[in-house]
Design a protein around this ligand. Structure first.
Ligand code: FAD
Ligand code: NAD
Length: 468
């Protein structure tokens, strides 16, 4: 009854948890002829996160940077099941995953448990709030598509409320004060995008309000973008100064209230600053399901940053049946799309090799039962050689292609590995490079066309300010 999961009993079953950078790049490279493949994710799409801040200000429409996961899996040689569900429990001993349909509409069956031979654990991370009061209730995040849409709606709401007749100057200033928390790449890119929206559109659509709009970027550390080179940090700071984006470093947000943020200034004094919109971009922490899974292997999973894996991405403490990648792991690499996608590609090759190994082992077993003919002996020797090769996995090796970030005003910064050194560049040319790099990194031609069309539409008609 009903749709069945692909199950050829002669093949091993891979369950992939997630449809983000790690999982999607694995699925793109995976040869599904040798496996039963099941993908479980609460989102039935892949989100191209680098362009998410552009959605928050209406430069891009949401669909331009989403790609349904079935677009990837439907081209595979064997059927791949894509299930829109949230994994709620992984049992590494029984090798089972339990998942539930957590969407608005549910059928008669909304939770089930399945068996895996291999689990690819790529559930990413969630927003770190440090349990700071009021963050969940009063701030917007910038992690998922719904976060960007909510930010856009709230910002436009602030504008329209400020435009309401009779509003006092103080109230207009409050409503139009945007506070971005976190001076990492997400916070910086979002501040730059909001500034562009202001300069390119809001000045003409809301001329009486534009001068009241203020953007403050709050960062607890002594500088923004700590992972970029000093020269690019300074370039970003001077670009923001020109753009009148206030950078408040060594300043920590202690509380987010309905109409204000509470800041601890560098001299440790506490101030309450009125604002209309707070966007929280203060980094990542791991999900509950990850914490639960780690707790099941307490001797091996002790890193507070996430899952410990070996150099082949196998989760420590398991028999090699769970591979973990991307933001849910604790490795020496930064939690970036670049790392997760390279790990996904690597894992696709690992599975190809594991399938080869299993096939060779099966053929050798068959020969064991065959009579000891000369031919069989020769074949056995050759198969054993091939098997020895197939059993040797190559460790994962990360190749850093550089870091890029958009900082607004049609300027981007790039730290690129260059010969044996580093090339740090910033400016308009880097911005064009940023645009072309992201266009070529988008996973499909469909998305490339949608993004290019949106960029063209904004150039011609400006950003849309209607509030849905
Ligand atoms: P994700 O891509 O987050 O995917 C996790 C997947 O797991 C999602 O599909 C999610 O729906 C699913 N999931 C969640 N819970 C469950 C569950 N219980 N069961 C099953 N599935 C689950 N990195 C760069 O290198 N360059 C950039 O320019 C860049 N820009 C960024 C901009 C923004 C705004 C953000 C937020 C991040 C950016 N990053 C960038 C970081 C990058 O997006 C992450 O490092 C990357 O997404 C990690 O990939 P992942 O596969 O580990 O996790
Ligand atoms: P992040 O962890 O890089 O930065 C968060 C910042 O928030 C930190 O600098 C932290 O000091 C600050 N912070 C935390 N709590 C605070 C508080 N209470 N008050 C003030 N400041 C506070 O987070 P991110 O920017 O979301 O990036 C996450 C990951 O995604 C990183 O690995 C990053 O490299 C990657 N990313 C890359 C790009 C890019 O390359 N263009 C863009 C976005 C994200």
């Amino acid at each position: 009854p009903g749709p069945q999961l692909p199950h050829d009993p002669t093949k091993k079953t891979i369950v992939v948890l997630g449809s983000g950078w790690g999982a999607t790049s694995l699925l793109k490279g995976l040869d599904t002829t040798e496996y039963n493949v099941i993908v479980v994710s609460p989102k039935n799409y892949f989100l191209f996160t680098p362009l998410l801040p552009s959605v928050a200000v209406g430069t891009l429409t949401p669909k331009a940077i989403l790609q349904p996961t079935r677009y990837v899996t439907r081209h595979k040689p064997r059927q791949v099941s894509v299930i829109e569900a949230t994994a709620t429990n992984v049992d590494p001993i029984a090798k089972t995953v339990t998942f539930a349909d957590t969407s608005e509409i549910q059928g008669q069956v909304s939770s089930t448990t399945i068996q895996y031979d291999y689990l690819v654990y790529a559930v990413g991370a969630e927003v770190q709030t440090f349990n700071i009061p009021g963050v969940r209730e009063n701030a917007c995040f910038m992690k998922e598509m719904e976060d960007a849409e909510k930010t856009q709606r709230r910002f436009l709401d602030c504008l329209e409320s400020a435009a309401f007749p009779g509003q006092s100057k103080e109230e207009i200033d409050r409503l139009l004060h945007v506070v971005v928390v976190g001076g990492g790449p997400t916070g910086v890119e979002l501040s730059g995008e909001i500034h562009d929206f202001l300069e390119e559109d809001l000045r003409s659509w809301y001329p009486e309000l534009a001068n009241h709009i203020r953007i403050s970027l709050v960062e607890a550390l002594p500088s923004v973008l700590p992972s970029f080179s000093k020269q690019l940090i300074e370039y970003t700071e001077s670009t923001f100064k020109e753009a009148k984006i206030d950078i408040l470093t060594k300043t920590m947000v202690k509380e987010v209230r309905e109409k204000s943020v509470v800041l601890q200034k560098p001299d440790k004094s506490i101030v309450e600053v009125p604002c209309g919109l707070v966007v929280w971009a203060a980094g990542n922490t791991h999900r509950k399901i990850t914490r639960d899974l780690m707790a099941k292997l307490p001797e091996h999973q002790t890193n507070r940053r996430g899952i410990t894996v070996d150099e082949y991405l196998r989760m420590a403490g398991t028999d090699g049946s769970i591979f973990a990648l991307g933001d849910c792991t604790a490795t020496s690499y930064a939690p970036t799309a670049q790392v997760a996608s390279q790990q996904g590609r690597y894992l696709a090759r690992v599975f190809e090799q594991l399938a080869k190994r299993d096939n060779l082992q099966a053929r050798l077993q068959l020969l064991e039962t065959a009579p000891e003919a000369e031919e069989a002996k020769a074949e056995k020797g050759s198969l054993q050689k091939q098997l020895a090769k197939a059993e040797k996995l190559r460790p994962f090796h990360y190749s850093h292609q550089g870091s890029l970030a958009y900082i607004g005003s049609e300027k981007a910064i790039a730290d690129l590995p260059f010969f044996n050194g580093n090339l740090a560049t910033g400016g308009v040319a880097t911005y064009l490079f940023w645009r072309s790099a992201y266009i070529s990194n988008l996973f499909s031609w469909r998305n490339r066309v949608l993004v290019l069309t949106d960029w063209g539409k904004v150039k011609l008609f400006g950003r849309d300010v209607s509030r849905e």
